[in-house]
Write a protein that binds this ligand. Structure first.
Ligand code: GDP
Length: 619
């Protein structure tokens, strides 16, 4: 083989031009070609200098922060490192949205009353969904003929001439996700507490969320139709949490209702209208629109679709908009009745079509003066996000590359320090902490465990994205991936392992560490059915009236029983019926009755997931 001539490196002779006197802003990840000229040097100067430091880089290769700073120090320049896009975005924001990103025209005189935006929270099964459905259907009967209501994540209802906006995703997750991203759209929280059950853990959680967000709470004491309802006891409990009912001399509006029978609903709405007036909720309908993204997805036919609640100004078809990194022009808007609308006033929820990609829940949506601004801002953010996720995956795998469970032992036996990157999801905070603790105890000199992300909740697409970006394995404890997350994990070869017993989980990880992973059983989900109704059959017990959503449900097959994405029971399908007949299987799209081995705690909305176990041959 021909011997390569060694590169001749003599002393580093800097170009003689003076370096800039003031601080120079340099984007992280700049190449010598970008860095050199900013500091009055050539790309070659940078490359040569780094070579002397033992760093072989090409003129078009991204430099680390250290390299950039080293070079700057060498020639006596001052640099400030910024994330790509950060500078540009800040400048654009200041230029177009004012320094604080505030509004140009928010003077008192132009403010008009706007409808309140209401979120329903409370413990599971206390009747949030029932209440939301009740309010919504009351309106449909009263109003708009023929309108098919559409679930877009929020709806508006009219009561005695007052418009009210309800966020249609009960529970705390959406609320927390929004707040985590700094968005607050909720003006009033309705806290649903079942009068037969009282204050429960999620009730307390809801109270804390609402308080933290500074949203006033209206208590709806639900299920007062039940014989065992005890409103006084519940009010006592609520008082202990600082929610003293008005009738007891406190200032918490408390209304007794039955969402099931429609009792007290009018009273509740009336109280909300009164409270909204007291709160003096106002916005300027003439201003450039601003709003918050509630949810977004990619629709096969329509492209990116985002549900937005307009907070300020009026959003119109044709407006140039930017939301997070996503930008575009409002192509069409669809309201909660499925009608196309030309404009959306403050507090109105609408689906917006025309964005370049689906934004994320909690992103702020803004109208810009023209499309190129929307595009510039969007693209600057995109670049920055991309950089951030790159940096994150670098960080997660720094030191040692992340390993999949199966490869872990190979790395260890090669004498390398292996790092097991984990995205951990669990059903409740307690188990999350317990699993974390147990995993941390397994850490050894040669195996580090890095938690890329830990959270309570089901395994979602964004978990899979994160795991893919950081070479992590997803571990679910008592939670499952939804179908979309599962598909994405397949596509991106992300390993998801789910457990219901802590010691099994620990055993697996331990086994991986000594290269003795037991035969792995792949669980193939064969079907899932949603519980629509529950029947009590004498001597048999509870039967779930179900609708098969995906795949096929087979008698005898293994079952995971899911409530809000969490596994609450495992067993098997003991009986399967179509109408009066016992059948062997039921395909997607059909209804059926499902009986489960010794499990009775069935509720509407629960999901019965069936699966098979297949052994995966080890390589
Ligand atoms: P969520 O989990 O808070 O959304 O609760 P749901 O709205 O799904 O209600 C849970 C269960 O309570 C369902 O079976 C409802 O039919 C039932 N339920 C809701 N509201 C009432 C009510 O006012 N009275 C009675 N008796 N049952 C109710």
């Amino acid at each position: 083989m021909e011997e390569l001539e060694p590169i001749q490196v003599t002393a580093y002779v800097p170009s003689s031009a003076p370096v800039p006197e003031s601080e120079v802003i340099v984007e992280r990840g700049s190449t010598p070609q970008q860095l050199g000229p900013k500091l009055n040097r050539s790309a070659g100067d940078v490359v040569r200098f780094l070579l002397l430091q033992g760093e072989m880089v090409t003129a078009t290769q991204a430099l680390t922060d250290d390299m950039i700073e080293l070079f700057a120090a060498e020639i006596g320049a001052r640099v400030r490192l910024v994330d790509p896009g950060e500078e540009q975005e800040a400048a654009l924001r200041a230029r177009y949205f004012g320094e604080a990103g505030g509004d140009k025209d928010e003077d008192e005189g132009s403010l008009r009353p706007r409808p309140p935006v209401i979120t329903v929270m409370g413990h599971v099964d206390h009747g949030k969904t029932q209440l939301l459905d009740r309010i919504r259907s009351a309106n449909v009967v009263a109003g708009e003929a023929g309108g098919i209501t559409q679930h877009i994540g929020a709806y508006q209802t009219e009561w005695e001439g007052h418009l009210l906006t309800f966020i249609d995703t009960p529970g705390h997750e959406a609320f927390t996700a929004m707040r985590a991203r700094g968005a607050s759209i909720t003006d009033i929280v309705i806290l649903v507490v079942a009068a037969d059950d009282g204050v429960m853990p999620q009730t307390v959680e809801a109270i804390n969320h609402a308080r933290a967000a500074g949203a006033p709470i209206v208590v709806a004491l639900n299920k007062i139709d039940r014989d065992d309802a005890d409103p006084n006891r519940v009010m006592q409990q609520l008082s202990e949490h600082g929610l003293v009912p008005e009738e007891w001399g406190g200032d918490t509006i408390t209304v007794q209702i039955s969402a099931l029978q429609g009792l007290g609903i009018e009273d509740l709405l009336e109280q909300i209208v009164v409270l909204a007036e007291v709160l003096e909720l106002r916005a300027n309908p003439e201003a450039d629109a601003r709003g918050v993204v509630l949810e977004a997805n990619l629709d096969v036919g329509r492209g990116p679709v985002a549900t937005v609640i307009v907070q300020h100004g009026t959003l119109r078809v044709g407006d140039p908009i930017v939301a997070g990194p996503s930008w575009g022009r409002v192509k069409a808007m669809i309201n909660d009745r499925g009608d196309q609308v030309k404009e959306a006033a403050p507090s109105t929820p609408v689906q917006v079509l025309g964005l370049s990609e689906p934004p994320i829940a909690g992103d702020e949506l803004r109208v810009t003066d023209d499309l190129s601004i929307a595009r510039n801002v969007g693209e600057a953010r995109e670049q920055r996000l991309r950089y951030a996720s790159f940096a994150q995956s670098q960080a997660a795998s720094s030191g040692a590359p992340g390993a999949r469970l199966e490869d872990l032992f190979q790395q260890i036996s090669r004498g390398e320090t292996a790092s097991l990157n984990i995205v951990l999801k669990a059903d409740v905070q307690g188990s999350l902490e317990a699993v974390t603790e147990s995993l941390r105890k397994l850490e050894r000199e040669e195996v580090k465990i890095a938690f890329v992300h830990r959270a309570v909740g089901g395994i979602s697409e964004s978990d899979v994205d994160l795991a893919a970006a950081s070479g992590a394995t997803i571990i679910g404890f008592n939670v499952r991936p939804d179908r979309r997350a599962r598909e994405l994990a397949d596509q991106r070869s992300v390993e998801i392992r789910t457990y219901e017993i802590i010691y099994k989980l620990i055993e697996d990880i331990q086994a991986a560490m000594v290269g003795m992973l037991a035969p792995e059983f792949e669980e193939i989900v064969t079907g899932d059915a949603e519980v629509r109704e529950v029947f009590r059959v004498p001597r048999v017990g509870a039967i779930a009236g179900c609708y098969v959503q995906n795949g096929v449900i087979t008698r005898g097959s293994k079952v995971r029983f899911l409530r809000d994405g969490a596994v609450i029971w495992k067993g098997a399908v003991s009986s399967l019926r179509r109408f009066k007949d016992d059948v062997r299987e039921v395909q997607a799209g059909f209804e059926c009755g499902i009986g489960l081995t010794d499990f009775q705690d069935l509720h509407q909305g629960d999901v019965i997931e069936t699966y098979e176990e297949r052994e995966i041959p080890r390589t």
